[in-house]
Ligand binder design. Structure first.
Ligand SMILES: [Zn+2]
Length: 144
C-alpha cells in the first residue's frame, strides 16, 4: 500500500493512501493540528505543511516524519484514538520534540496490535472489493 499523490488520484489503486500537503492552511481549520486523517474512510490524509514548518524546536524532516507516521497509523488502525505515550499521543510537547530528535517516538503496545488488526481488516476489505470488481468485469464480458 504505497502513498498516492493527489495529482495522480485518478490512477491510484484501490486502498492507496492519498496524502495532501496544505501550504496555506486556514487558521480556522482544525486549529493547532499539524495534520488529520480520515481513518473510517480509510485513505485520505491532509498534512498542514505550513504548520509543521512553523515548529522551530525540532528539525523539519524529523517532525514531518513523525506527523506522517502518526496519520498513516490512524489510517492503518482504522480508528480515531490516541495513546498516552509514543508517536500516537494526541499532543507532543517540548520533551517529545527533544526525544524524537534523538530517536523515533515508539509505538505503544496497543498501537502495534491495532495496526496488525487494521491491516488484516484492510486486506479482507480490499479482497472483497476486488472480488466484486471481478464479478462486475465478468458480467460486462457476458453482456457483449
Ligand atoms: Zn492523531
Amino acid at each position: 500500500m504505497a502513498p498516492c499523490a493527489t495529482w495522480f488520484a485518478a490512477a491510484c489503486p484501490a486502498g492507496a493512501l492519498q496524502i495532501n500537503l496544505s501550504k496555506s492552511t486556514p487558521v480556522t481549520l482544525k486549529p493547532g493540528a499539524m495534520a488529520y486523517a480520515l481513518p473510517y474512510e480509510g485513505s485520505h490524509i491532509v498534512v498542514f505543511l505550513d504548520r509543521v514548518q512553523a515548529v522551530a524546536v525540532v528539525r523539519q524532516r524529523v517532525l514531518l516524519a513523525h506527523v506522517f507516521v502518526h496519520e498513516i497509523t490512524h489510517i492503518l488502525e482504522g480508528v480515531s484514538r490516541h495513546s498516552e505515550t509514543g508517536v500516537m499521543m494526541a499532543h507532543w510537547n517540548s520533551s517529545d520534540y527533544r526525544t524524537m530528535t534523538l530517536a523515533p517516538l515508539p509505538f505503544a503496545a496497543v498501537d502495534v496490535e491495532l495496526i496488525k488488526r487494521g491491516l488484516e481488516n484492510r486486506e479482507k476489505t480490499l479482497a472483497n472489493s476486488k472480488t466484486a470488481q471481478d464479478r462486475n468485469t465478468e458480467a460486462a464480458v457476458y453482456a457483449k
